[in-house]
Design a protein around this ligand. Sequence first.
Ligand SMILES: CC(=O)CC(=O)O
Length: 656
Amino acid sequence: MTSSTSTSDAAQPIWRPSAQRLAAANLTGFRSRAEARWKVALPDYDALWRWSVDHRGRFWLSVWEEAGIVGDGPGRTVLADGDRMPGARFFPEAKLNYAENLLRKRDDGDALVFWGEDRVKRRMSHAELYDLVSRLAAAMRAMGVKPGDRVAGFVPNMPETIAATLATASIGAIWSSCSPDFGAQGVLDRFGQIEPKLLFTADGYLYGGKSFDSLARVAEFLPKLPSVERVVVLPYAGGGALPAKAVTLADFVAPHQAGEIRFERLPFNHPLFIMYSSGTTGVPKCIVHGAGGTLIQHLKEHRLHSDIREGTRMFYFTTCGWMMWNWLVTGLASGATLLLYDGSPFHPTGNILFDFAAAERCEFFGTSAKFIDACNKAGLKPIETHDLKALRTIASTGSPLLPEGFDYVYSHIKKDLCLSSISGGTDIVSCFVLGNPTGPVWRGEIQARGLGMGVEVWNDEGKPVVEEKGELVCTRPFPSMPVGFWNDPDGAKYRKAYFERFPNIWCHGDYAEITRHGGMIIYGRSDAVLNPGGVRIGTAEIYRQVEQLPEVVESIVIGQDWDGDVRVVLFVRLKEGLTLDDALADRIKRQIRANTTPRHVPARILQVTDIPRTKSGKITELAVRDMVHGRAIKNKEALANPEALELYRDRKELRE
Ligand SMILES: CC(=O)CC(=O)O
């Protein structure tokens, strides 16, 4: 989930595309070809969006054709049972293979450029990638991997990981990965549910300038994953002894020559990825995404919403445990070069990602709102220190990008670029709302609803509202809905997760508002909404105010049950060496009161030295809330710093 607080009241947008950029945008061409092909007038983005939702069959067929999806299809039916949610079926006659679509290029141009912090730098061409995938796929077939088998990756974000993913997909097996910083229990909570036949791991990984051994960790969890027949070890940071069942990558592929890949073309909904809900409630849900839905949705988001094309140099800062990694990988289907980074984004300095972007002439730079905030707080000014001439788009997700984050990007990174705040999630392996390269950027707003996505905001009565806060819903089926949850044969868990609140309507759990510009602001997760005196307050409304104070590095806010009501409790992490005194607490309260309402003002403000976050960098309001209420914390394994929770246990300030 992502974007920001308070509708932009500025008269002018913060950025507009130049006439030249507008004319050359993929979206502009798509719109005029759709007008000609379907004989409709689509004078602007809003008209195109409305048409794409009302005429989903025509729209998705146009995406298929324009992207030149390779496969046996599209077939005569684009959408069957087109109003059932869940239940609609896209391209029911088509057969395709995800990897075949990503491996169309076999030349010597860069497919992947990899930096492991400042220590490892290498590149892999399209031809080398194809060859490695062909050898891996042959080795996997030789050990009996077949369509539907699970292949798991406990892996860094490195070229061989992408080769392993594509080899898996070429056979029609299902890929599922998590980052190597997961503890043994976190891995077992995930892979234990899906029973993989084959496991990829690197020997180790780098973080913050240190090497970590992954093989000792594998040796710890492997005995509890009896389904794994073989472990393939990718060379990277150097680790200890090979665990049982392990072979090196070189030995695994040694018997197989590079050659033509036999791509299994399978039905559109054939499973491609299993992903895990990052939430902190219960054992992770295993969300199964289909090959066709993932491919066509990403192609639409890359080409139309992100203006990615053949040769675009595309970066997203992500690990293999976050859906943005899967999103990045599909960039190969548009002929992009993927820039992969593994490690700390602040090692050896906060400029490392900008160093990478400058050195590799990055055009699309994806990151999180937290990273942008951190660069702002650290006073980085890449606009003065880095040559970012090639950069055309910055994408931000993970949490709301606040208006001040927009200011920072345009003042201190680059003036002329499209800042796309994007939001969706693991559940759909894609976005509900995202960029529009042909439209203006309004400070603090996500630009647009995704094409083909019937996104609305509904109030408690289930009525659509504009310029009013409510629940983000999607009223029409879209191709990247999960094909189901793993181990959920009757679909009960799947329906409960999204369709319980409003029947036949996807309710995403984000608290949001559609703006008068047709954009969106997201105020936080609905389940973290504060409710003092029955007034609903999105957490981002508070963060926006608090984090403007220079003393505050970051904050986390919860509602504490108190005296039959709920009171707002704010925790702040202050700059090194500072202590929260009455004067600072007072200034925080005044900042909030002056810019929001008295209801938003915290009843208690407490200093903490750390804020718990998931491994994909999201702060975890629900875990803090549970800790404060003395409840059990579920899914602690998803946290990057679970020890931070102790700072919230039984605080005496919250007993009075
Ligand atoms: C696109 C997203 O929404 C990513 C996320 O925040 O998980």
